[in-house]
Design a protein around this ligand. Structure first.
Ligand code: SIN
Length: 299
């Protein structure tokens, strides 16, 4: 089948039609996906319906995997068994036996941080490239994922703001970000698993466009007092999260959604019901290797 790319939103996001992910990816498919990602930053393959192994093979065609951190490790207890290949991040609302984890349970609290716009693994020192999220089971309603093109956001910043942020360096801190999103009870042991890292606030893509690199894990600015930095980051966040920049992905079973973490932010919308399963599994790839975990403890 011929490959074609169709925009899904006036600013960004496109659907790639004609991709068969059950076969090893051809050079033509790899080139089409790379170009679609450069042009649109978010790409959707409908009806991908592939196994974990196919998902992993397709992802590796674009970069080495970032392996999941030990976040599903329950601190102080034995590691939990997994329902899926160890290379995949589990973004579902299901426990290790495939049963729904109640929305208001302690265990779901950590995932609530993903309901704020963020860019995956920006708390990792390695430069994360893309995330590829596959919908194995999706609810009949709710559970949409929202995306923002932060290149378009950067383009619309005032000249004064662009000059102000050009050389700023943001502090990305997973646990502080979760605390800012309402999580309590973060211990020193937890903090030690993912110490803060820094990234430039403005990133330049290899094709020349600049993007605003902020999001839920960005909690400070190097050299600034914490509260002042937080207030300024909230100002940038408010600008970036205007409706006009947002593409809302309504999931269909078998969708594979790919996003470029260097120039987009995304958020999960809460599935505030325990009536539906949502089994979504993610690979994340880096720009370069080796394959390793973002979590020093699990590495
Ligand atoms: C994620 O933040 O990686 C998952 C997004 C989603 O579950 O919609």
């Amino acid at each position: 089948m011929t490959l074609s790319v169709h925009p899904l939103h006036p600013i960004f996001a496109a659907e790639i039609v004609g991709a068969d992910l059950t076969e090893p990816p051809s050079p033509e498919l790899v080139a089409t996906v790379e170009k679609a990602m450069e042009d649109h930053a978010v790409a959707v393959v409908r009806g991908a319906n592939v196994s974990d192994a196919d998902h992993i093979r397709f992802s590796r065609a674009f970069g080495p995997l970032e392996l999941p951190p030990g976040l599903n490790r329950a601190f102080g207890t034995a590691p939990r068994k997994r329902r899926m290949a160890p290379e995949l991040f589990d973004a579902s609302n299901l426990d290790e036996n495939g049963e729904i984890i109640p929305y208001n349970s302690e265990r779901r609290k950590l995932a609530k941080g993903a309901e704020r716009f963020h860019t995956d693994s920006s708390f990792n020192a390695l430069p994360t490239k893309w995330s590829l999220l596959l919908g194995h089971i999706v609810p009949p309603e709710g559970g949409d994922t929202h995306f923002i093109d932060t290149r378009a956001v950067y383009d619309e910043l005032s000249d004064a703001t662009r000059a102000k942020i050009e050389d700023l360096v943001a502090i990305h801190d997973f646990w502080r970000g979760r605390e800012r999103a309402g999580l309590t009870g973060v211990t020193d042991e937890m903090r030690a698993t993912m110490p803060p890292v820094t990234h430039p606030l403005v990133r330049t893509m290899n094709y020349g466009r600049k993007s605003l690199y902020v999001g839920g894990h960005a909690t400070g600015i190097t050299g600034w007092p914490e509260e002042e930095a937080w207030a300024y980051l909230q100002e940038l966040y408010a600008f970036a999260t205007q409706d006009k920049f947002i593409y809302i992905h309504k999931w269909r079973q078998g969708d594979l959604v790919i996003w470029d973490n260097r120039c987009t932010m995304h958020r999960a919308t809460p599935l505030e019901t325990d009536a539906y399963k949502r089994d979504v599994r993610r690979t994340t790839i880096n720009e370069y290797g080796p394959e390793r975990s973002a979590d020093p403890i699990a590495a």
